[in-house]
Design a protein around this ligand. Sequence first.
Ligand code: GRF
Length: 217
Amino acid sequence: MRVAVLASGQGSNLQSLLDAFPGSSSPATIALVVSNRATAGALARAAARGVATATIAEDGADAARLLELFAAHGIGLVVLAGYLKKVPDAVVRAYRGRMLNVHPALLPAFGGAGMYGRRVHEAVLASGARVTGVTVHLVDEQYDHGTIVAQWPVPVRPGDSAELLAARVLAVEHKLLPSVVAAFARGGGAPACFAAGEAFGPASVLPPSFDDALATA
Ligand code: GRF
């Protein structure tokens, strides 16, 4: 399955996808990387792997351009990885059920417009929550709202700063997102929602149980 990745920032989630799907025998091929920021680190990571790149207007509102790019590259699945703009409704409609987003918290908590990056982790810490995590969900017309496809827990530890927590969550993002994309690419669509502890790819990739998740994260 040919995949397009939309990213606004440094692109570490993109890198985890590039590393997970290196060659033609992979279930997914990262065929296109699009950013609304010409200086995004994600574009440099894509170019370093010889993956096609494109930039769009900073506001990300140009639906026709996005659809044109996706058609030209034969895209079957779109992944938002640290993409900070709302995807135009026409693009969401055209890729209904075939567009994923990764969010660094356990939605529906700590999500929505303006909830991205360190703000998410600051809000988690301020709330006193003891567990946070990662959510991969289908994208719909509202921020951080579509059907949840997978989630994984991450403990909040005493003395955590937003930076420390963000790094612990990001490490789990880099494992969960490629596993969901692989399941999509193999299954040709949304896999059944996975409960915590259910094997979600090679055991070596994700901790086999909630306790292990808490112990290892
Ligand atoms: C990640 O935490 C992602 O969940 C959030 O933005 C961050 C981007 O990281 N939406 P990167 O650009 O993939 O390194």
